[in-house]
Design a protein around this ligand. Structure first.
Ligand SMILES: NC(=O)c1ccc[n+]([C@@H]2O[C@H](COP(=O)([O-])OP(=O)(O)OC[C@H]3O[C@@H](n4cnc5c(N)ncnc54)[C@H](O)[C@@H]3O)[C@@H](O)[C@H]2O)c1
Length: 317
C-alpha cells in the first residue's frame, strides 16, 4: 500500500465523481464516499466507504476512515441528486426539501466534517456546482416542463457556501473552490437528448466527466495555490444566461450587410430631402447649401447606423 496523500471523493461511484477518482488515483490514494459502491473495479489505492452525506455522523465516519488511510490533502464533493422536471406549482415541499437537503445541506455537512483534516494538511476542498446555479434553469434550453428550481437553488447555494468557506478557512491555508459544469455526458441527462443539446453548445458537444475531473485536479494542485473562493465554469462556452453563447459568423456578416444597406438608404433619403429643402429655401445651387445638406446626411446616417447596430446586438445577445 502506497504512502500517497489521500483525497476523498463524495459521489465517487458514478460519472463525474468516478472520473475524479480515476484522475486523482494517478497521484493520490482515494476514498470513495457514496451511497452505492462503484460498478467498476478499483485499484489498490482506491477504497469505498458507504456514506450518506445528509447524515452528519456518516460524514464524520467518512473522514475518520479517510484519515486512517493517510493525510487527507483534498476533498472533492460531487454527490448530488436531481429530480424530474415539472412546473414549479407541481413541486411539493417535501421534494424541495429533499433536493436542498442532499445538495446544499449535504455539501455543508461534508465540508464541516472535512475541515479538521484539511486544516492539518493546509489542503483543498472542491465542490461541484452546476451551470444551473448561474442561470436558474437546469436544462440548457428552457422548456415548458419547468426549470428545476430546487436543483438550481441548491447549486447556487453551494457557490455561496464556497465563498464563505474560502474566507473562513483562508487563515488556515485551506483553499475552497467550485467547478461549475455545463451539460456533461452521464445519466443525469438522457442520452437521446445529447445530440440536440450539442447544437446549443459552442464547442459542439457535451462535456466529458474527465474534463470536470481535470478542473478539480487542477484546483487541488500546487499550480492553483493562489486560487480560492472561485468557481471555474467548464461548459464548452455556453453563455451564463443559459443562452447559446456563440454568435454565428454568418449572423455577424448579415448584420454588417444590413447596417451598410440601411445606412446607404438613409444617406440617400437624407441627401435627397436636404438637397431639395435647401433648393426650396435658397432658390439655387449655392455651394454652402450643398455642403450643409451633406453634413446633415452624414450625421443622420451615422446615427441610424448606430441605432441599427444596437438593435442587431440586442436581438443577437
Ligand atoms: N451530469 C451533468 O450534466 C452535470 C451538470 C452540472 C453539474 N453536475 C453536478 O456534478 C455532480 C456529479 O454529477 P454526475 O453526473 O456524476 O451525477 P450521478 O448521478 O452520476 O452521480 C451522483 C453520485 O452521488 C451519489 N449520491 C447521491 N446522493 C447521495 C447521498 N445522499 N450520499 C452519498 N452519495 C450520494 C450517487 O449515488 C451517485 O453515485 C453533481 O453534483 C451534479 O449536480 C452534473
Amino acid at each position: 500500500m502506497s504512502q500517497r496523500p489521500v483525497v476523498v471523493v463524495t459521489g465517487g461511484s458514478s460519472n463525474i465523481g468516478w472520473a475524479c477518482v480515476r484522475r486523482f488515483s494517478t497521484d493520490h490514494r482515494v476514498l470513495i464516499a457514496d451511497l452505492q459502491a462503484p460498478q467498476e473495479s478499483t485499484g489498490d489505492d482506491v477504497e469505498f466507504f458507504q456514506t450518506d452525506i445528509t447524515d452528519a455522523q456518516a460524514c464524520a465516519a467518512m473522514m475518520t476512515r479517510a484519515s486512517a488511510m493517510g493525510p487527507v490533502v483534498a476533498l472533492v464533493h460531487s454527490a448530488a441528486i436531481t429530480m424530474p422536471a415539472r412546473p414549479v406549482q407541481q413541486i411539493s415541499a417535501d421534494e424541495w426539501r429533499r433536493v436542498i437537503d442532499v445538495n446544499l445541506t449535504g455539501a455543508f455537512l461534508v465540508a464541516q466534517s472535512a475541515i479538521p483534516a484539511l486544516l492539518a494538511t493546509r489542503g483543498s476542498l472542491v465542490i461541484i456546482s452546476s451551470r444551473a446555479a448561474r442561470t436558474g434553469v437546469a436544462a440548457l434550453v428552457p422548456t415548458a416542463q419547468g426549470t428545476k428550481p430546487h436543483y438550481c437553488a441548491s447549486k447556487a447555494g453551494v457557490l455561496s457556501l464556497v465563498k464563505s468557506l474560502a474566507v473562513e478557512l483562508a487563515d488556515g491555508g485551506v483553499r475552497v473552490n467550485a467547478v461549475v459544469p455545463g451539460s456533461i455526458e452521464g445519466q443525469m441527462i438522457p442520452r437521446e437528448r445529447w445530440p440536440e443539446l450539442a447544437t446549443h453548445i459552442p464547442l459542439g458537444r457535451l462535456g466529458r466527466p474527465e474534463e470536470i475531473a481535470d478542473a478539480a485536479h487542477f484546483l487541488c494542485s500546487p499550480q492553483a495555490h493562489y486560487i480560492t473562493g472561485q468557481s471555474i465554469d467548464v461548459n464548452g462556452g455556453t453563455y451564463f444566461q443559459g443562452m447559446y453563447a456563440s454568435v454565428e459568423w454568418v449572423d455577424i456578416e448579415m448584420g454588417l450587410v444590413k447596417s451598410l444597406v440601411f445606412g446607404l438608404l438613409i444617406i440617400w433619403i437624407a441627401s435627397a430631402k436636404g438637397f431639395f429643402l435647401h433648393l426650396e429655401k435658397s432658390g439655387g445651387f449655392g455651394a454652402e447649401g450643398v455642403s450643409r445638406t451633406t453634413t446633415d446626411a452624414v450625421v443622420l446616417s451615422s446615427v441610424s447606423i448606430l441605432v441599427w447596430d444596437y438593435l442587431i446586438s440586442a436581438i443577437m445577445l
